[in-house]
Design a protein around this ligand. Structure first.
Ligand code: 13P
Ligand code: SF4
Length: 315
């Protein structure tokens, strides 16, 4: 038995002993996804974090996701194996600047993407994920004026679909903004039958050539239900692990970034989580996510509002 197998056995033993669960995002490496109790997109992970009977949630994802779990389950211990697992998109919106932005655009409902730090959630009226953003916006009266933060690409995508009065914060994800349109079109030329599937955090030129745009879980569902057999995938490469697992007979071609060394796009923050770090984190029950009470209580309200709307709409 090699050391990875031993580590996995030890993780399973500690999980059972401590009544812990591992929640993993689709952008985790395949080995991490394989040991998780639940793998999902941001929305599904939030729903799972709010409804489980574990004492400890170990989050295999990035910090804003673990914070969301803590906000939804404040009495549970929430662990993140590496506190440096941040998010360039969440970091593109800091609370001081956002307060000024809100002051400069008074009277607007503040909808923030789940990819934000707890302080930004605490300043928001409703949270959304890429799975429910359009429906959350459409659940509001047509004339309601909105601020959307922090992703400019998702924000403009929602604005175009809904035709609502939305002012968009100028933030972005470094992974989704760096896909090479040229490389994507080359892949399409070499595979004319392939469908182009794109995450809404991608820039407009990439979204414009898409056959389908959706969150990670919607892209996964599309590849499952669609009758094609080859997909050009413009989102973080980790999702392809799940696509192959659920539909092994199909072909998935990752779109590389402009400066590609590995031929695919990886989120360096997501990839900080490893099997070794998960084992160590379960053993020591550190690092733990701690959020001050005031921020936690304020941030809970807009997340619960999202969950209520999602539940009502069956999302
Ligand atoms: P999902 O909402 O599709 O899970 O995406 C989360 C994310 O971090 C995208 O970059
Ligand atoms: Fe953040 Fe982008 Fe990584 Fe998603 S892919 S966690 S938005 S940096």
């Amino acid at each position: 038995m090699n050391s990875t197998d031993q580590n996995i056995i030890e993780i399973k033993r500690l999980k059972a002993q401590k009544n812990a669960i591992i929640l993993a995002h689709y952008y985790q490496t395949g080995d991490v996804q394989n040991i998780a109790d639940f793998v999902g997109d941001s929305l599904a992970l939030s729903q799972k974090a709010a409804s489980n009977s574990a004492d400890i949630i170990l989050f295999a994802g990035v910090k804003f996701m673990a914070e969301t779990a803590k906000i939804l389950s404040p009495l549970k211990k929430v662990l993140l194996p590496d506190l440096d697992a941040g998010c360039s998109l969440a970091n593109s919106c800091n609370a001081d600047d956002f307060k000024i932005f809100i002051k400069d655009h008074p009277g607007r409902t503040i909808i923030s993407y789940v990819n934000t730090n707890a302080e930004i959630k605490a300043l928001s009226d409703i949270i959304c994920t890429s799975s429910n953003a359009v429906q959350i916006v459409e659940s509001l009266p047509f004339d309601e004026k909105i601020i959307f933060a922090p992703d400019r690409n998702l924000g403009n995508y929602i604005l175009n679909i809904t035709g609502r009065d939305i002012i968009v914060w100028n933030g972005a994800c470094h992974v989704h903004e760096e896909f090479s349109l040229e490389a994507l079109l080359k892949l399409k030329k070499e595979n004319p039958g392939a469908k182009i599937i794109v995450h809404p955090e991608c820039e407009l030129p990439v979204r414009m050539v898409a056959d389908f745009i959706g969150s990670t879980s919607l892209l996964l569902k599309y590849t499952k239900e669609d009758n094609g057999n080859c997909y050009i995938v413009a989102t973080e490469v980790g999702i392809i692990h799940q696509m192959k697992k659920e539909n092994p007979g199909k072909t998935y071609l990752p779109v590389p970034p402009v400066d590609s060394t590995c031929g695919c796009s990886e989120c360096s923050f997501m990839k900080l989580i490893t099997i070794e770090k998960i084992l160590n984190c379960l053993k020591t029950e550190t690092p733990e996510i701690i959020i001050d009470n005031k921020t936690l209580i304020r941030a809970q309200k807009p997340i619960l509002r999202m969950m209520e709307i999602s539940e009502k709409l069956g999302l």
